[in-house]
Design a protein around this ligand. Structure first.
Ligand code: PLP
Length: 390
């Protein structure tokens, strides 16, 4: 049996996904609810990663540590071999996560009230974090056609001119799973250069792209404009290590790195804990084969949902994304409001999906379903959805 078929009990493990349903969904009793919401997987991390962490654990001494060149080499080789992006070890800074990195970047390079451009619907911290830092969110709502999102660059440029200092790009895009194409990326770079805007490219989903598509790192094609790009990557989404916490900020611009380092020092410094460093190094060095298998399982899970759900529930449309393990389900033709839909799913179907408006008003009429789980769990989720709506 494949490791991806193993159903692992996750309740009572302090899992946000499984153990916080009462708080997140306002339900009294969550024991019967199947969670397919927050973006972590129900799979064990690769054995090679667990072994590296076990070795670290068994050493037993957990004093101060530092990020070794071996960790940086592992990241560099991964980016070179998987994404054809050639970076230097010195371009890297490490952080506890991509979201904390976004906060640091926004704080370092913008002032109160400066504009931060986002393309909605989008991952909520893109507007929540800068919003809490009292930056002005400039929202460009993407064009949706037959389940695919695209950018109208005339409108995008108008948005860029609203005192925007940073454009936060989600690449691949969550939700919607768009792997942006080179021409689109080049247009973004050109317009941001024209209006002197920094680009924060969040590429945390970059490894989770199906073989028919290819992720192009923004930094890899930016040429002379590479200095205005700050890329965030992480092994945590790819290898299911969100609770271990680690991310990498990549910038070829020494002045940007110095400012980020100064910001980190002003907040007590940033490093990785011993387990995160061990996990990161092992994942990037040896996790490739596990990832290939994962992508096949996720792709098959998506095909299953796309085949079964619209057939059984009139008004449901699903377009297969280019990557990620997240389905963006269009239920606008059911005529149900978001409240009605969530109520049916939770109470009748005992299924927790994410309501689209969590991703901004542009997400109304959609649900996000996480299919990074064993095929039997996906089947259970589809049955619950059908039951909820019938
Ligand atoms: C686009 C995007 N960025 C960042 C994160 C989370 O990053 P981290 O856990 O490293 O803070 C997620 C998680 O779903 C995400 O989808």
């Amino acid at each position: 049996m494949s490791v991806f078929e193993n159903v692992i009990e996750r309740r009572q493990t302090r899992s946000l996904k499984w153990d916080r349903l009462e708080a997140v969904y306002g339900v009294q009793d969550s024991s019967e609810i199947l969670p397919m919401w927050v973006a972590d997987m129900d799979f064990a991390a690769p054995d090679v990663v667990i072994d590296a962490m076990r070795e670290r654990l068994e050493h037993g001494v957990f004093g101060y540590s530092f990020i070794c060149e071996g960790c940086k080499d592992a990241v560099r080789h991964w980016l070179r071999d998987r994404h054809d992006w050639h970076v230097d070890n010195e371009w890297m800074l490490f952080h506890q996560g991509v979201v904390p990195a976004i906060a640091s970047i926004v704080e370092t390079f913008t002032e109160k009230d400066d504009g931060i451009l986002i393309t909605t619907p989008v991952y909520p911290p893109f507007f929540q974090v800068p919003g809490r830092l009292e930056r002005t969110i400039v929202e460009y709502e993407m064009v949706e056609e037959n389940g695919r999102y695209s950018i109208d660059f005339i409108e995008f440029e108008k948005a860029l001119q609203q005192n925007v200092k940073i454009f936060i790009l989600c690449h691949p895009h969550n939700p919607g799973g768009i792997v942006w194409q080179k021409e689109e990326l080049q247009k973004m770079i050109e317009l941001c250069a024209k209006h002197d805007v920094l680009i924060l490219s969040d590429e945390i989903h970059a490894d989770l792209v199906f073989p028919e598509y290819r992720h192009t790192s923004l930094g890899a094609i930016a040429g002379d404009e590479a200095d205005r790009i700050i890329t965030c990557i992480a092994p945590t989404k790819t290898f299911n290590l969100a609770g271990v916490q680690a991310s990498i900020i990549v910038s070829p611009n020494a002045s940007i790195r110095e400012k980020l380092e100064a910001h980190a020092l002003a907040h007590g410094g940033v490093s990785l804990n011993s387990f995160a460093a061990a996990a990161l190094k092992a994942a990037y060095e040896k996790g490739g084969p596990w990832l290939e298998e994962l992508l096949q399982v996720v792709s098959a899970n998506m095909d299953y949902v796309i085949q079964e759900l619209p057939k059984a529930v009139p008004g449901i449309k699903i377009t297969k994304p280019h990557g990620t393990y997240l389905l963006w389900i269009d239920y606008r033709d059911t005529g149900l409001s978001e409240e009605e839909m969530m109520d049916k799913l939770l109470k009748k179907g005992k299924l927790a999906l994410e309501p689209g408006t969590k991703y901004g008003e542009a997400g109304r009429g959609f649900l996000r379903m996480n299919v990074a789980c064993p095929p039997s769990t996906v089947q259970d989720g589809v049955n619950r959805f059908i039951q909820a709506l019938n």
